[in-house]
Design a protein around this ligand. Sequence first.
Ligand SMILES: [Zn+2]
Ligand SMILES: [Zn+2]
Length: 71
Amino acid sequence: MTSSSKYRKKRQAAKEIPCACCGKLPPFCWRCRCGFAICQDCMEKNLWGMTCNGITWECPDCGDQNGFGNQ
Ligand SMILES: [Zn+2]
Ligand SMILES: [Zn+2]
């Protein structure tokens, strides 16, 4: 009788995505569905290039439009 205890693979926590800009892992990140993440700091610095209306920001990776405050 063999008890094969299957070790669960360590889940690679994909929910903690570092900022694509500064590489830090801030408590809050703006995220895109494609996995792109940018922290508030970098978002503010790059706001001119991320949004044209202040309502949505465009993901530089996939070009998707993401709404502010719509996490
Ligand atoms: Zn950042
Ligand atoms: Zn994206």
